[in-house]
Design a protein around this ligand. Structure first.
Ligand code: DC
Length: 225
């Protein structure tokens, strides 16, 4: 069976995961959060006592690392060497480390098969940075979701401002700009729109508006196939 794959790429905080989840639930497709796989590698790296930029140690570590994921009640769970790390990979420390390890080509190669295998088996909505450019260059629909850094930082700030680990807006904005720079200037698979991606800038949009636009883009593309 030929599967249908929708790629949603874009910078941190643009709302990719909320959008991809909403599309997947609307269409009955499987939502794949590829950032969680890079976060899982970052988790094991830090737990093993390595610096996220220590390419050689990380490359050797991957020789005896297993990363996998599965869906439980529609939610993706991620495993490192059989342990469920899903709830431990959302810290700021892991976000920065994931951005650093993701620049290592061996890390990207290690995770590539995992992402392509699931796309070959199921209809997916996959979110990441290089899905439309590298992982699934022939994805049926490619959306590059973006928004101003200030908008993205404000959304993250609002999400976490009443939590025990809240961080100031200025700090979030500065980390976000650093991550944008890291993700888009790396040599391998940098964050950039595929030539055939539709760019959706959702600065100032409510999530429902973004979803409505995206569904329209998907419908147009799938009807044109
Ligand atoms: O989407 P996220 O914030 O959970 O991703 C964490 C980091 O992983 C991000 O800074 C860049 C990297 N990443 C990547 O390089 N390629 C992907 N397809 C997904 C994430």
């Amino acid at each position: 069976m030929r599967t249908v794959n929708i790629a949603i790429d874009g910078p941190a905080g643009a709302g990719k995961s909320s959008l991809a989840k909403a599309i997947a639930s609307k269409l009955g497709y499987t939502y794949i959060d590829t950032g969680a796989l890079y976060r899982a590698v970052a988790y094991k790296t830090l737990n093993s006592g390595y610096s996220p930029s220590d390419k050689d140690s990380i490359t050797s570590m991957l020789l005896h690392t297993s990363i996998s994921f599965r869906h439980i009640n529609g939610n993706q769970r991620v495993y490192v060497d059989g342990d469920d790390v899903t709830d431990k990979i959302r810290t700021n420390e892991i976000s920065s480390a994931a951005s650093t390890v993701s620049a290592i080509s061996d890390v990207r190669a290690f995770l590539l098969g995992l992402q392509r295998d699931i796309a070959a088996k199921e209809n997916t909505v996959m979110d990441g940075r290089d899905i439309g450019t590298v992982v699934l260059p022939s994805a049926d629909v490619k959306i590059f979701l973006t928004a101003s850094a200030e908008d993205r930082a404000m959304r993250r700030y609002t999400e976490q401002k009443d939590t025990p680990h809240c961080v100031s807006y200025e700090e979030i904005l500065s980390t976000m700009k650093k991550r944008d720079k890291n993700d888009s200037e790396r040599a391998v698979a940098p964050l950039k729109p595929a030539d055939d991606a539709i760019i959706l800038d959702n600065s100032g949009f409510e999530p429902e508006q973004t979803l409505a636009y995206a569904l329209q883009i998907i419908e147009n593309r799938l009807n044109a196939l």
